[in-house]
Design a protein. Structure first.
Length: 204
């Protein structure tokens, strides 16, 4: 126990961040405490600024500080191809590959009954509305949807739900392939990954 109320409060708040355990939170708290006097003020200012200026893009629900995010505003991107991701950070990883030049849709999570997260808690209805608007001529016509969700139980559950509601609309529907990473040794691949690699094999 720290026995210093203000420091305990800081450690508690830091430990609420994803991927930050109590020990890491304590190290961060001591770093902030020992840093130069202006650092806590700059950190606080940055937190308040991002909270005030950054919001969800009304079209794809990525984060932006403009009316629309950069990917929705870019006229060079294909309107008929839509990549669905769980979180805004996933867009950055896909963009770094340089393999996709369409539009995005961010769900802000995945269906997880154990955590009480259902379809109504995600941007799923907005996705369906976006697709239907295109079919009715009230927006860009979407021809292909790529589901780039995590290869876990929640991701699989969400993909099954989306596939059920998107099939029959004349869309090309696919999910990103999962399998053996480039440069890895088969001896160290787990059974589930190997199973996915065999399912997603490509013809030579």
């Amino acid at each position: 126990m720290l026995h210093i109320s203000a420091l305990e409060k800081l450690v508690h708040e830091l430990s609420r961040l994803p991927g930050i355990g109590p020990k890491t939170a304590q190290r961060l708290a001591y770093f902030i405490l020992k840093s130069e006097a202006e650092f806590p003020a700059k950190l606080s200012e940055a937190l308040m600024r991002v909270r005030a200026e950054v919001h969800e893009c009304p079209r794809c629900f990525n984060f932006t500080d403009q009316d629309l995010c950069r990917y929705c505003e870019d006229p060079s991107r294909a309107d008929d191809s839509l990549c669905v991701v769980e979180e805004p950070a996933d867009i950055i990883r896909i963009e770094s590959s340089g393999a996709f030049r369409g539009r995005y849709h961010v769900l802000h999570g995945a269906i997880s009954p154990l955590e009480g997260i259902g379809p109504q808690d995600l941007k799923i209805q907005e996705l369906l509305t976006r697709v239907n608007d295109g079919l009715e001529g009230n927006g860009p016509a979407i021809k292909e949807i790529i589901l780039a969700l995590d290869a876990d139980l929640e991701g699989d559950t969400t993909i099954l739900y989306l596939a059920k509601h998107l099939q029959g609309k004349g869309l090309k529907l696919s999910r990103i392939a999962h399998g053996v990473p480039i440069g890895s040794d088969i001896d160290f691949i787990d059974d589930r990954t190997m199973g996915r690699a065999l399912q997603n094999r490509v013809e030579l």
